[in-house]
Design a protein around this ligand. Structure first.
Ligand SMILES: [Cu+2]
Length: 140
């Protein structure tokens, strides 16, 4: 009986480990004209994000609008890019640098976006302000 109990405990432990590894998801963002779609995407910590249909676009994180300790990224023009696993919770604002003047950017919300107050405190302007507002709205 003791043996069976420990066997069950081991199996349960293994399935928990397995499911947390399997649960990490990849989320796709695509482009429509000079816009990312969806503009705001919510993911879980450990998930990845990929951009497709990038033809004349890039994705570049904006250092001042990332959660503290998060790593940024910059893709090449036209590249279908995938982030490393996004493990730091928070809102990540990114842009298409060549089309930033046309407000082409987006927000990735990883888990709980505890840095939205930090972003607000930096008084974002123009497209960054718009993205901040969209992130706030997405959390309501
Ligand atoms: Cu672009």
């Amino acid at each position: 009986m003791k043996y069976i109990k420990s066997l069950i405990a081991a199996l349960l432990g293994a399935s928990v480990l397995l499911s947390s590894a399997v649960m990490a998801e990849n989320h796709i963002i695509t482009t429509k004209g000079a816009q990312f779609f969806p503009i705001v995407i919510k993911v879980a910590p450990g998930d990845t994000v990929s951009w497709e249909n990038m033809n004349t676009h890039i994705t570049e994180s904006i250092a001042e609008y990332l959660p503290a300790g998060a790593e940024g990224w910059t893709s090449n023009m036209g590249e279908s890019f995938t982030t490393p696993p996004l493990t730091v919770e928070g809102a990540y604002i990114y842009k298409c640098t060549p089309h930033w003047g046309m407000a082409m950017g987006g927000v990735i919300i990883v888990g709980t976006p505890t840095n939205l107050d930090d972003i607000k405190a930096k008084k974002p302007k123009g497209p960054a302000k718009r993205l901040y507002k969209k992130a706030m709205k997405a959390m309501k």
